[in-house]
Design a binder for this molecule. Sequence first.
Ligand code: CA
Length: 638
Amino acid sequence: MAEFFSSPEFESAYTYTGSDLGATWTKESTCFRLWAPTAKSVKINLYRSGNPGAEDLIKSVTMKADVNGTWVAAVKGDLNGVYYTYTVSRNRRRVETCDPYARTTGVNGLRAMVIDLASTNPEGWEADRDPHAGIQLTDAVIGELHVRDLSIDPSANIKNAGKYLGVIETGTKTDSGIPTGIDHFKSLGITHLHILPMYDYGSVDESHLEIPQFNWGYDPINFNVPEGSYSSDPFHGEVRVKEVKQMVKGLHDNGISVVMDVVYNHVYEAKDFCFNQIVPDYFSRVDESGVYSNGSFCGNDTASERSMVHKYIVDSVCYWADEYHIDGFRFDLVGLIDTDTINSIIREVHKKHPNVMFYGEGWTMPTIPTKPDIHLTTQPNAAEVPEFAFFSDTIRDALRGSTMDTSEHGFVAGAEVDKHLLHSCFMGMPFWAPNPTQSVNYVSCHDNNTLFDRILLSVPEAPHDVRVRMNNLAAAFVITAQGIPFFQAGEEMLRTKPDGKGGVVENSYASPDSVNAIKWDALNDPVVMNNCNYYRGLLAFRKAHPSLRLTSREAVMDTVTPIHLDNPHAVAFGIRGTGDVPMIAVFNAGIHPQTVNLPAGKWGVCVNANKAGTEVLETLEDSVCVEAISSMVLVKIG
Ligand code: CA
């Protein structure tokens, strides 16, 4: 079937373009529409509860074949809160499964629920807006966070520990009175909170939340349903919907936009995924002999090039933007998804929400699309998706060293890194990026070691204070570089993922809270507190200077000029843009001080090894001496 599903004949006969797939509720009746072109018959099973296996069938309703391979049925009465599944029969096989278009489900995502979505809106929802509507992409500062990590450590003193509602608890403090949770991130100066997967994923058993469980959540089972384990009640489908909306509104009310991490490139179990149950293997890239393409290294790749998968992904992203007011989407392994699908998503979402931002992991992966001539959304194809930004592993690896070999030094740990590469990274245009708006600059995310752990692994012999300087040298580079700055929540706190045996964990996707949680007590250490202030100051400095946030190649080339230094461990830049003061930025990773001549006039230091901000710390003329393993940023003041 693999070739047939991707053929023009199949697509012209069986592409449904309507907007009513799934269950459409009104008080009088609910209309169901399912796309199942290979089915012989389909019925809907209505249940009292969402608990899989519970014998509480209300009734089954036979669906009628309709256009383009769809099946329809209307059920009279107010079905809000009624759970349902589909039974799909073809040849001698019969499967009962969830609805790919389910808006919510019962526990563990096996039974869909009909829902009156308007009844889940928090008060003031109609007036809720992206607090950063109208900003440029390069004005964004993104912090990446896992819902549970924020609040599960007892030191957070957050009541809704590990839950959606814990993300928006304000006024929380450590026992010593230091702000925790969202208050901390708000004061740091991020614009966007990027939340690790919060659609319904499969690796946490929602029916046993009394047992501590952790997973990053890159194992989707229902793409249009919030994950149940972060809700206060995963058994009642409306609760998770209400609480995600409350979380989004609470973040917006605190001036923070919300980015959702979406994982359309693979599913938890290809055979069990409801779409594949209904139309066998349609959703996945499978060859004629039944072998799954596995460029994702997660067992299966999504066949985004097929018309009804393309539509499904576009519909899904639009739904989260419309229904949940999500302000940005981070695509996991977007290098597996075709550029047509990504451009359709951006076009459709921007019709109603022109401000929504899109970025993702554009790695080139060994996937096998089901159609010829498919262009994938990879870094080398960046020009084909001009409104989509990519994580810059180029700046990450240049500054901190490779993710493959953790003993390898990066620039901040004293490696001699190609200066052209460093220059292009600072200018927001590593070789694959046509414009700074397409480069997401980072040195830490949930994947691989935290920045501080990565530095420890490459220079275990270095004293603690030296490793802190390396950390902050990387931070200053990323935050003053052209492009979109991004960091893992807690990088500013020198976050570490201790394995409890004196080492650190690299891949903590299923590690316990002791590894993953943000330990707010760390802020009792004055060094850590000073580090948070350093990041806060860097972000304030970035915000104060439009010439650090340019949006075109031409503007960067006109504004930023590398300064030649005869030192393999230091780079420097002159920054002279219209509507801003001239600046000099120096990054010295060497173990000796580096002197840089200054153009005529008076120069004020705003960033040095220990302090950063918009205030001038000292005034210099003629030259500046930059300490070993530190950065300095100066502004012209006369
Ligand atoms: Ca789940």
